[in-house]
Each structure stands twice: as structure tokens, then as C-alpha cells.
Design a protein around this ligand. Structure first.
Ligand SMILES: [Zn+2]
Ligand SMILES: [Zn+2]
Length: 446
């Protein structure tokens, strides 16, 4: 038998551990939620207007889903994925982005048989083991819209319109749109060859990563942020000059649609997006007054081979995603307010144990009647409670003291006019409703 005394000694020696969030991750506290709510509301509303249905996919997916789509050689998959093996030896990853999961779901649920395009939107956390820096987290949040099954460039224009609509309804109306076309399976190989032969002659001037990219992913060199690489690519051949007739037609039609919608844009020949599956249209939306080195608010493009790559029938698609963490930061910088929260109109104050207990059911009755009530059940002192009621600028204060709790009554104090009245417990809800209605009327007359 263990000696109880000894056991006690052991546990008292245990070190106190201070728990903290894992590096690159953080809590989003209640006072921050107003910003997030505003974004979520805007996304929901625009999704209804543009006929997108919400989809939630798992956070954990097979690792090769992303290797196959996002690309084995991309930074996202090669360096930044949270990969692990399950107890049964399955290789899985925390999703680093949304599109591959949506396309997997599209195939898995046979959405092809439904009328095209299938329009889906998502909102949720993504994970990348990137170097944490200002506004960039390892767990970050994105919303995204995908339209699958239509190749018409009008869908590209509409997806851009949808993105801009969300930003403007959040309050971010001044943005800068950049567009580019990176071609298709027909014209991209030719362009890649041209690019590689141009860059090979200047290989010594490239950074280490780009030297490596020359063999595996030359297009990515175009958006390398290293100064020496940006120097090299200024004179590089541009994809838009080497598009096949189909890609060219597609791009021109998109630009005409944007003109029609009066959406201003600039063509950025070095915009390629960091993922393997894009074809034809790629775009990014930036904050208008952006400093160098910051991340775009959102971006996207067309992915006409992605469904096929995951084993489905050849089906075109187009989509975009935006970073919510980045948007929250932008809202704060621009002084954009968060979503409105419903302000309590009534404060419930109590004094004494019996009153405290009875207050619980008064609270419940008012709450059921749709009246938001503030209280501070923990505090005994009436003065402090009334002080809090004043700070909250409520219209009515309900007071139940020791005497009222014995009498089964409540004092209703009108904070706008100052008069007060005693009512029986059974009539509290009706009286409160009546008084609030009257106050609302008076405010309107004023
Ligand atoms: Zn092409
Ligand atoms: Zn480089």
C-alpha cells in the first residue's frame, strides 16, 4: 500500500505549469468578435444575394489531397503544412486552404448531376506553419466562394464582383484589383519554356529559392519578393503576350465585363498566385494604400483542371478566398466599426439572498419575452449595481430588495423620466414591455 503521507509530499512538489496558446495561434476574445461578426454577416448576406450555398468540410483531410492539387512543390504544401499520421497510420493534414476540399466534396457527393454552376461558399480556420508575423497566424481564418461547372468568363467577372461586394459591405470600399491570365494546358508549356530560357541566362542573379524554382515551378519566380529577383523579372516575357486564341478571348471578355461593371483594375503580369491549379484568370484584391510586403485582402482565379486532377470528369471552376484576420486588421486601421450588438434596455438589481434567487426567474421571464436584460447577480451592494445600470444607459431598472422579495413585488424605475412604480411579480413582463414601448415613442417624438 502506498504511504498516503508520501503521496501528498509528491503532489506538493509538482511544478506549476503556465499554459499558453501555441506559437502563431491566438484567442479571439469577446470584445474582438464585433469585427468578426460584421465579416460573417456580410459573407452570409452576399452569399444569399448571389445564390451560394454554405458548405462545411473537415479541418483534417488526406495529405495527398493537397499534394495533388495545391502542388507538391509549392511553399504551402512543401514547407507549411501541419502533417501527421493517425493512430491507424493514415497520412493526414490540417487544411492549409479551402478549394481542394470543396472540389473533393463536389466529386464525392456527385454534384455534377445538379444544374451548373454549383455555387458553394465556406468560412473557417486554415493552418499553415509559416513564420508568424504581424497579421499572419498559423491558424488563420478564411472565407471563400467557388463556382464549379461553367467556363464562361462572365463567371470570373461575377466572382470578382462578389468579392468586391463583400469588402464594400464591410466598409472597405476603396480597394485595388489586379488581374492576369496565366494560360492553359495548350499555351502554358510554351510560355514556361520561354520564361525558363530567359531566366537561365540570368540564373546567377536569382535568389536560392528561385534557382530551385527554375526547375520545378518557374512561374513562381515572377512573384518572388526578393529584390534581386524582382529586378530580373521586370524584362521577362509576359504570359498575356503568349496566350492561345481561346485564353486570349477569355481574358479580353473578362476585361470587357469588368469595364461594363465599372470595376477598375490593373493588369499585373507578375501576378501568378502561389498554387499549382490555376489556369487562365488569376486576381488579387489589395488595400488601396498598401505598404510593400503586406498580404492581399483576398484573391483567386480559375481552375479548369482541378476536378479532373482529383479523379472527376473534366469540369471548369473559378473561385476566390479572403483572409479574415487581414480584413479585421484593415477594418481597425480604417476606423471601421464592428457589428452592432443589442444593447440591454433593462437592468435587474437585487438585494439579499431571497431577492437574488427570485431575480433568476424574473430574468428568465424577460429573456423569453425577447427583452435583453443586464444584471450583476454576483454583487450584493445596491449602489454598485445602480452605478453599472447607469453606465449601460438602460431605460429601466428593476429593483428587488428584501421587502419586495417577501411581498413578491418589484420596483420598476424609469431612468428616462425618473418616476418609479411597484408591480407584482406576475405583471413584470407586461409592465416592462408597456414602459419600453412608451419610452421608444417618446424618443421618436423628440
Ligand atoms: Zn491557352
Ligand atoms: Zn527569388
Amino acid at each position: 500500500m502506498p504511504n498516503p503521507k508520501q503521496k501528498n509530499n509528491n503532489s506538493s512538489k509538482k511544478k506549476k505549469i503556465k499554459f499558453q496558446t501555441v506559437r502563431g495561434m491566438r484567442d479571439i476574445l469577446p470584445e474582438e468578435q464585433i469585427y468578426w461578426n460584421k465579416i460573417r454577416k456580410a459573407v452570409d448576406r452576399v452569399a444569399v444575394d448571389y445564390n451560394y450555398g454554405r458548405i462545411d468540410t473537415p479541418i483534417v483531410e488526406p495529405t495527398n489531397l493537397f499534394e495533388r492539387t495545391t502542388g507538391k512543390e509549392t511553399d504551402v504544401v512543401k514547407k507549411e503544412m501541419y502533417k501527421f499520421e493517425t493512430q491507424s497510420g493514415k497520412k493526414v493534414s490540417l487544411r492549409p486552404e479551402g478549394t481542394p476540399s470543396i472540389v473533393r466534396a463536389y466529386i464525392e457527393h456527385g454534384m455534377r448531376t445538379k444544374p451548373s454552376p454549383i455555387k458553394l461558399f465556406y468560412i473557417g480556420p486554415m493552418f499553415r506553419h509559416d513564420r508568424p508575423q504581424k497579421g499572419r497566424y498559423r491558424e488563420f481564418f478564411q472565407f471563400g466562394f467557388e463556382a464549379i461547372g461553367e467556363q464562361d468568363p462572365i463567371l470570373d467577372a461575377q466572382i470578382i464582383q462578389t468579392a468586391l461586394r463583400i469588402f464594400s459591405s464591410i466598409g472597405i470600399s476603396k480597394t485595388a484589383l489586379q488581374v492576369n491570365s496565366i494560360g492553359c494546358q495548350e499555351c502554358r508549356p510554351n510560355y514556361d519554356n520561354l520564361l525558363v530560357s530567359y531566366l537561365k541566362n540570368r540564373k546567377q542573379a536569382l535568389c536560392m529559392d528561385c534557382k530551385d524554382r527554375l526547375k520545378k515551378n518557374p512561374l513562381r519566380i515572377l512573384d518572388c519578393k526578393e529584390e534581386k529577383c524582382t529586378q530580373v523579372v521586370t524584362q521577362a516575357p509576359q504570359a498575356v503576350d503568349h496566350l492561345c486564341p481561346d485564353c486570349k478571348k477569355h481574358f479580353i471578355y473578362l476585361l470587357e465585363c469588368l469595364d461594363e461593371l465599372k470595376i477598375t483594375y490593373s493588369i499585373n503580369p507578375h501576378l501568378v498566385r502561389g498554387l499549382d491549379y490555376y489556369t487562365k484568370t488569376v486576381f488579387e484584391i489589395w488595400s488601396k494604400d498598401d505598404e510593400e510586403g503586406r498580404v492581399a485582402l483576398g484573391g483567386g482565379g480559375r481552375y479548369d483542371y482541378l476536378v479532373e486532377k482529383l479523379g472527376g470528369k473534366k469540369t471548369p471552376g473559378v473561385g476566390f478566398a479572403a483572409g479574415m484576420d487581414r480584413i479585421v486588421e484593415e477594418m481597425k486601421e480604417r476606423g471601421i466599426k464592428g457589428a452592432k450588438t443589442s444593447q440591454p434596455k433593462v437592468f435587474l438589481a437585487q438585494l439579499g439572498d431571497l431577492a437574488k434567487m427570485k431575480s433568476l426567474s424574473i430574468f428568465q421571464g424577460l429573456e423569453k419575452a425577447g427583452i435583453t436584460v443586464a444584471e450583476s447577480f454576483g454583487r450584493g451592494n445596491l449602489k454598485t449595481q445602480l452605478k453599472k445600470a447607469n453606465q449601460l444607459k438602460v431605460d429601466l431598472v428593476l429593483i428587488m430588495g428584501q421587502r419586495e422579495s417577501l411581498d413578491e413585488t418589484v420596483i420598476i424605475k424609469d431612468m428616462t423620466g425618473g418616476n418609479q412604480e411597484v408591480v407584482t411579480l406576475g405583471k413584470v413582463v407586461i409592465e416592462v414591455k408597456k414602459k419600453l414601448k412608451k419610452i421608444k415613442k417618446e424618443v421618436r417624438v423628440k
